[in-house]
Structures are given as C-alpha cells and as structure tokens.
Write a protein that binds this ligand. Structure first.
Ligand code: 5GP
Ligand code: ZN
Length: 115
C-alpha cells in the first residue's frame, strides 16, 4: 500500500466505494463521476502507479483485470450492446489517479477516436 494513494485506501476499505465485485487480487467499484450510464473502475490491490511501471511479473494479473471487466460488463447488461475498456497512462492521456485502473464504460454510444 502506497502512502496517500486514494485507490490503495479504497482497496483496503479505508475509503468507501460502491463495490460491484472483488477478488483477492482486484476490486471493482463505480466511478464517482461517471462518464457513461455504466462506469466502473477495476483496480489491482497491488499499488502500481502507471502502466509504465508494470513488468512481466504483472502480466497475468493485468490479463485477469480484463477478464474481470468482461464479467462485469455481462453483469451490467452491456456486453452485447458494447462497452469500452480504457487504461489511461500519465497525465497526457488523462490519468489523474496514480494507481492503475481499468475503466469499463457502457450504456451509451461511444465515439471514436476518443478525446
Ligand atoms: P483517470 O482519470 O486517472 O483515468 O481516472 C480516475 C477516475 O477515478 C476518474 O474517472 C474519477 O472520476 C475517479 N475517481 C476519483 N476519485 C474517486 C473516488 O474517490 N471514488 C471513486 N469511486 N472514483 C473516483
Ligand atoms: Zn495505490
């Protein structure tokens, strides 16, 4: 757990969140400022600040985050219609919380390219 990391605090239960699903390795909760009717964040319990800091040892964990996103999309009823997974890396891409997180967005039409 990193000092002063909001998402480490959510993973530890020290900051409350609307959790939808969790495992020993990750936790998924609703975004506080949703950008779509369904907007869920899937985060590893392990603190990794950005994708740039992830190494080969995290490969399986990162893959399981994507599989969690798939299961969550099915539970939320957006799997067939379509949904988007996003992992912003560094401020130039819009990252504002420096503990990696996979956004799962759906429930509305999505534009491309993203802004
Ligand atoms: P980023 O911009 O880093 O890719 O995404 C961070 C996300 O975390 C944003 O969508 C933001 O709304 C969300 N967020 C920030 N603080 C909180 C919080 O305290 N609780 C929850 N549930 N989401 C948060
Ligand atoms: Zn953290």
């Amino acid at each position: 757990m990193a000092d002063d990391c909001l998402f480490c605090k959510i993973a530890a239960g020290d900051v409350s969140a609307d959790t939808v699903r969790e495992s020993e390795e990750w936790i998924a909760f609703r975004d506080i400022n949703p950008q779509a009717p369904t907007h869920i964040l899937v985060i590893p319990r392990q603190h990794i600040a950005t994708l740039n800091e992830a190494g080969p040892g995290e490969a399986e964990m990162l893959g399981r985050l994507l599989l969690a996103a798939k299961e969550i999309a099915a539970e939320e009823g957006i799997a067939e219609e379509g949904y988007r997974t996003v992992l912003n890396c560094n401020p130039g891409a819009g990252q504002s919380v420096f503990h990696i997180h996979l956004h799962v967005l759906g429930g509305r039409a999505m534009g491309w390219p993203p802004g």
